[in-house]
Design a protein around this ligand. Structure first.
Ligand code: BES
Ligand code: ZN
Ligand code: ZN
Length: 506
């Protein structure tokens, strides 16, 4: 898909569908700049049609019109955005996405004109970003394994119509959207790929290949023998049951240029849970709970997605990406309840439930981030069903030891439409993670507050480092089609992290 900018009004742009927005009014709809200029080009005919259809501009409704003799677009789509005051950047992105989704299989080109400042409370660059990103997210498909690829069609061109003086801003907004989309698509692809293909070796190779395209990104992949020497025994304990080789990915971005400022001394570690398939281990998951478990590396996928464009985002501090990659499998070699493993930082973990494997692998990844000298750690993990019970499938839980970091990430996510909601980490709940035989147990004594006890478990491995933990079990994988994409991996967190890194530069 290609985004183009045109200084011409929509009625003179040739496209399969031209999109015009209006708002909902009391009796009739409220015209916008994009509507009015088109309506006058067709001498008020569009108003007449809308009136005849009793179109109110209600959110989610639309009218289709054709003006073959007077205008160039084949079809005109008049879309209601609902009440003017209820329009937010996120609802605008979603509205555009919905239109794109509805038409993507039927048409090749779509033209759209931007709302003027009286109608939407964002600058023109942001509006162009929202439009391009909404369309890009909505039209994503993963059709590799469909022998008939009917759903895989996409727009060849999207033309954004805007006056000449805003052209540069629009260009800027589109560029940002294209970067975010590229990273998001990689994360979605990695999650959607079948577990037999998306093995630790396969994913590690993709991470490694990112360094070929950039001289500011390096990647080291540790294999089993190296991990044994290093003492990553928590991770290796979980990997024991699988036939596929475990891999530990260490990505590193170092800003170019010589004079390192104070800001550049920061070292942000992004840590992703990387369970390439979660069977539950010998505490095997019950029927129905395993079908979407290829998603259990969505945290790692988001981190790799970020690194795929990090040299274009160019943060002015070091960024580290870590992922411990293995499936959680059942065999005669599998870890079993009662086994004790020693994590990278020397703490011992009693594994009382093999399906609470994520926190065990993260124990090593987080302690490694601390040892690398990270000044802040952000982990993303499809960690607990309990977080889904608490917040549903649309919102991720965020926990941590630094309110400022939590707040900044939440704002970054709000801007990309990836919602985070803070859960507390009350000290006394840590009682539940006590073990009779080791320093800590991976199975909380109480089943209540499972997202929180998991967060408290992770906290034991970040020491005093500033840290935020995102439990993305809900939003990482869509079990139904949604406005911003099809069922499957959503790439949740990828754009939020990029947005966070960008915001750090200002
Ligand atoms: N990967 C799962 C959590 C999960 C569930 C992610 C649904 C996405 C969708 C995790 O490894 C797990 O199984 N957690 C257990 C922990 C429990 C045994 C303490 C859970 O949440 O039930
Ligand atoms: Zn599990
Ligand atoms: Zn898991």
């Amino acid at each position: 898909m290609k985004f183009e900018i045109s200084n011409n009004p929509l009625d003179t742009i040739s496209a399969d569908v031209a999109v015009l927005f209006v708002f909902e009014g009391k009796k009739t709809f409220i015209a916008t700049n994009t509507f009015s200029s088109f309506d006058s080009a067709v001498k008020g005919e569009l108003s007449k049609i809308a009136k005849a259809e009793k179109f109110s501009g209600k959110k989610g409704t639309s009218v289709v019109a054709h003006f073959p003799k007077i205008t160039l677009p084949t079809k005109v789509l008049l879309v209601g955005l609902g009440e003017k005051d209820s329009l937010t950047p996120n609802s605008y992105r979603k509205a555009v996405a919905q239109i794109a989704k509805l038409h993507k299989d039927k048409i090749d080109s779509l033209s759209i004109s931007l709302l003027s400042a009286d109608f939407i409370d964002v600058d023109i660059a942001t509006q162009a970003y929202l439009v391009a990103e909404g369309i890009g997210l909505a039209t994503y498909t993963f059709a590799q394994y469909k022998s008939k690829n009917d759903d895989a069609r996409d727009f060849a061109t999207v033309i954004i119509s805007v006056d000449k003086k805003s052209q540069k801003d629009v260009q800027e907004g589109i560029q940002k959207a294209e970067l975010y989309l590229q990273a998001n698509r990689l994360a979605r692809d990695l999650v959607n790929e079948q577990p037999a293909i998306a093995t630790p070796t396969f994913i590690a190779k993709i991470a490694q290949d990112l360094t070929k395209k950039s001289d500011v990104v390096t990647c080291k992949v540790f294999d089993k023998a190296e991990l044994e020497k290093m003492g990553m025994n928590a991770f290796l304990g979980i990997a024991r049951g699988a036939d596929t080789a475990p891999k530990f990915v260490y990505l590193h971005y170092k800003p170019g240029g010589k004079n390192q400022s104070e800001a550049e001394k920061r070292k942000i570690a992004l840590v992703g849970k990387g369970i390439t398939f979660d069977s539950g281990g010998v505490n095997v998951k019950p029927d129905g709970y395993m079908t979407t478990m290829k998603q259990d590396m969505a945290g790692a996928a988001a981190v790799i997605g970020v690194f795929s464009v990090i040299d274009k985002i160019k943060p002015d501090c070091e960024v580290i990406g870590l992922a411990a990659l293995t499936p959680n499998m059942i065999s005669g070699k599998s870890i079993v309840p009662g086994d004790v493993v020693k994590a990278y930082n020397g703490k011992t973990i009693e594994v009382l439930h093999t399906d609470a494997e994520g926190r065990v692998t993260l124990a090593d990844s987080l302690s490694y981030a601390v040892e690398l000298g990270a000044t802040e750690i952000i982990d993303l993990a499809t960690l607990t069903g309990a977080c889904m019970v608490a917040l549903g499938v649309g919102i991720a839980g965020i926990m941590g030891n630094d309110e400022n970091l939590i707040e900044t990430l939440t704002v970054a996510g709000n801007e990309t439409g990836e919602e985070l909601w803070q859960l507390p980490l009350p000290e006394d709940y840590a009682e539940d993670n006590k073990s009779d035989v080791a320093d800590i147990s991976n199975l909380p004594a109480s089943r209540w507050g499972g997202a929180i006890t998991a967060g408290l478990f992770l906290q034991e491995f970040v020491e005093k480092t500033k840290w935020a933990h995102l439990d993305i079990a809900g939003p990482a994988f869509a079990e139904r089609d949604f406005p911003l994409g099809p069922k499957g991996g959503t790439g949740f967190g990828t754009r939020m992290l990029l947005n966070y890194l960008l915001a750090q530069k200002k």
